[in-house]
Design a protein around this ligand. Structure first.
Ligand SMILES: [Cu+2]
Length: 188
């Protein structure tokens, strides 16, 4: 502010300085205008991009329960490719997770479920999620293991490719009863 005041004071006292100031403004104005337009363009582009993203990433909420009888509430879940998915697994039984733990592990389309489940049941140290790179590549998303009365919510982006993605509970001995298919529909 003092700088502006100084300039205004000098302008009063010193008319040639005023002329210089005006010339300076004339010279810098086009650059200022250009900057303004660039900024405006950038803001418009950014807001358009935000709108496009908001329109395309649909949010999808899924809920699945597991009980003390080793059953999921549904054997089919459905999403659209690219959806922003929120999946909640709720254990509606009473048995603790050491005896009747449940999780949901969604696998890539075409993954053989029994092979994966056999590997996963030995992975107690990592919450029954196999830790080797090869197995990790097959997992789309997974919850943690929950016991009676507990739940876990995860968010993930639905696969971009349409298809049938198997899901299962990897707690030892559960997959035979506890499995289903996440159907990913193509985006219209
Ligand atoms: Cu289970």
């Amino acid at each position: 502010m003092s700088f502006i005041k100084d300039r205004a004071g000098q302008l009063e006292k010193n008319p040639p300085f005023g002329l210089l100031l005006r010339a300076e403004r004339l010279l810098t104005f086009p650059a200022y205008l250009k900057r303004y337009h660039c900024m405006k363009k950038l803001i418009l582009t950014l807001s358009a991009a935000c709108m496009v993203t908001a329109l395309h990433a649909e949010e999808k909420k899924l809920e699945l329960t597991g009980n003390d009888q080793m059953q999921y509430s549904t054997k089919t879940l459905e999403v659209t490719a690219g959806d922003k998915v929120t999946l909640t697994l709720k254990h509606i039984g009473q048995i603790p997770k050491t005896a009747m733990g449940h999780n949901v592990v969604i696998l890539k389309a075409g993954t053989p479920v029994p092979t994966f489940a056999t590997k996963a049941m030995t992975a107690a140290a990592t919450d029954y999620i196999p830790a080797d790179e090869e197995s990790k590549k097959l997992i789309v998303a997974h919850t943690k293991v929950v016991g009676g009365g507990e739940s876990d919510t995860i968010t993930f982006t639905a696969p971009a490719e349409a298809g049938d993605y198997p899901y299962l509970c990897t707690f030892p001995g559960h997959f035979a009863l506890m499995q289903g298919v996440l159907k990913v529909k193509a985006k219209e």
